[in-house]
Design a protein around this ligand. Structure first.
Ligand code: PLP
Length: 415
């Protein structure tokens, strides 16, 4: 019988009769119904930074479920784990006097940061500052703002009219933000969203000095810089959030995924003392927040996961392993199917398929994915590339084997 479950971002006509069931996860591996193990080269959807089934995290979730499984945090109500996690995150934030707004995932975090940027300027008496900017090829989730700001065209078009006063700028040239500001009026720009390394758009590294220059320009034009670290945080780039790597102090940081390694859904926004000031010190109410904001079970998972990442020295591993991963992927560059190998900044990378080969053979990336699966490796096709972002617990040996598997899979899939 065909499934009742509608998969996200899936061609259900194909998938409805042939889905792939994962039943168990342990360390860097997941297992199917037949007990076959797969090295999870994608850390699920860029999030299982700690790997699967870590008892330290699982036990903390169980203990919290036994104590206080859920309660809202609207108004004056709070709970102990969310207070502890907020302090933990704020203390590691690159911004002074940070406050943390928790939500259920990355898309929620984008909505929160986008609305907060406009509201902040209303409170500053600059209600004309409404334009929110993103970069071509960027991905900021699938909610209202995230869809309106999508830099991957097929994710943005076809839904009718979306949120007004948004704009796209060049992916690599920071001066394009200045050009945009000059054309719409510098006093109209509220904020720009920037992924330190663009993830879902195909793993695009920032050009030399890109983030630093965006920071300068946003200061010059009086706009906010929001770093979207939903993928790049919690060790993926070797730091807690990612912008630290470039010496950049933004105004807000959106996060999700790696904060709990996905054990329980959780996202949020770290907000600078300056941006939170009207709300914390002048009585302004932010009329925003999803039902599960501050959920204690998610908070317990977050504390246990972050403690695990810190204790095991995993935050630094995103940087320590980046060269090994790039070297492993470089083996694919000899394949006639591959145009470019990207990586070397954090534990993520991609192999870009040749445009001509994709045009004459549209199924080629899917075949490589399946060849990798049959060899015991899970990888994921993106727009025109296959990306990887293994758990931070991956070993050098596993990365080497991943690289060799790609070489074999590319040969097998080449027609
Ligand atoms: C950079 C970035 N921002 C936002 C999101 C949206 O997060 P979520 O899927 O949890 O809504 C994602 C998801 O992959 C992402 O990669």
């Amino acid at each position: 019988m065909a499934t009742s479950f509608w998969h996200p971002f899936a061609n259900m006509t194909d998938v409805k009769d042939k889905s792939f069931t994962i039943v168990r996860g342990e360390g860097n591996y997941v297992f199917d119904k037949d007990g076959k193990g797969y090295f999870d080269a994608t850390a699920s959807l860029w999030y299982a930074n700690a790997g699967y089934g870590r008892p330290e995290i699982v036990d903390a979730i169980k203990a919290q479920a036994d104590t206080l499984t859920c309660y809202s945090t609207f108004g004056d109500i709070t709970n102990e784990p969310i207070e502890e996690l907020a302090d933990f995150v704020a203390q590691r934030s690159p911004m002074a006097n940070s406050k943390v707004f928790f939500v259920s995932g990355g898309g929620d975090a984008i909505e929160t940061a986008a609305k907060l940027s406009r509201k902040f300027f209303v409170e500053l008496g600059q209600s004309q500052r409404t334009v929110i900017v993103s970069r071509k090829d960027s991905y900021h989730g699938t909610h209202g703002f995230g869809t309106s700001l999508a830099g991957i065209d097929p994710n943005r078009v076809g839904w009718g009219e979306l949120i007004p006063d948004v704009a796209l700028v060049d992916r690599d040239d920071p001066e394009d933000l200045l050009r945009l500001a000059n054309s719409v009026g510098a006093d109209k720009v509220a904020a720009i969203f920037v992924e330190p390394v663009i993830g879902a758009g195909g793993v695009h590294l920032p050009t030399e000095g890109y983030l630093e220059r965006i920071r300068q320009i946003t200061k010059e034009i009086g706009a906010l810089m929001i770093v979207d670290s939903v993928i790049c945080g919690f060790g993926r780039l070797g730091y807690w959030f990612g912008p630290e790597r470039f010496g950049v102090v933004p105004d807000m940081i959106t996060f999700a995924k790696g904060i709990t390694s996905g054990y329980v859904p959780l996202g949020g926004v770290v907000v600078s003392g300056e941006v939170s000031d009207p709300f914390f010190n002048r009585g302004v109410i932010f009329r925003h927040g999803p039902t599960y904001a501050g959920h204690p079970l998610a908070a317990a998972a977050g504390i246990a996961n972050c403690t695990f990442l810190e204790k095991e020295g995993l935050i630094k591993r995103g940087e320590a392993l980046e060269g090994h991963l790039k070297e492993a992927l470089d083996g694919s560059s000899d394949s006639p199917l591959i145009e470019e190998v990207r990586g070397g900044l954090g534990l993520l990378g991609a192999i870009e398929f040749s445009k001509e080969r994709r045009q004459v053979d549209p199924g080629v990336m899917g075949r490589v994915q399946m060849e990798m699966r049959s060899r015991g490796f899970l990888v994921r096709p993106l727009v025109s590339s296959i990306a990887v972002s293994p758990p931070l617990t991956a070993t050098e040996d596993e990365l080497e084997r991943l690289g060799s598997a790609f070489v074999d899979a590319l040969k097998a899939a080449d027609r």
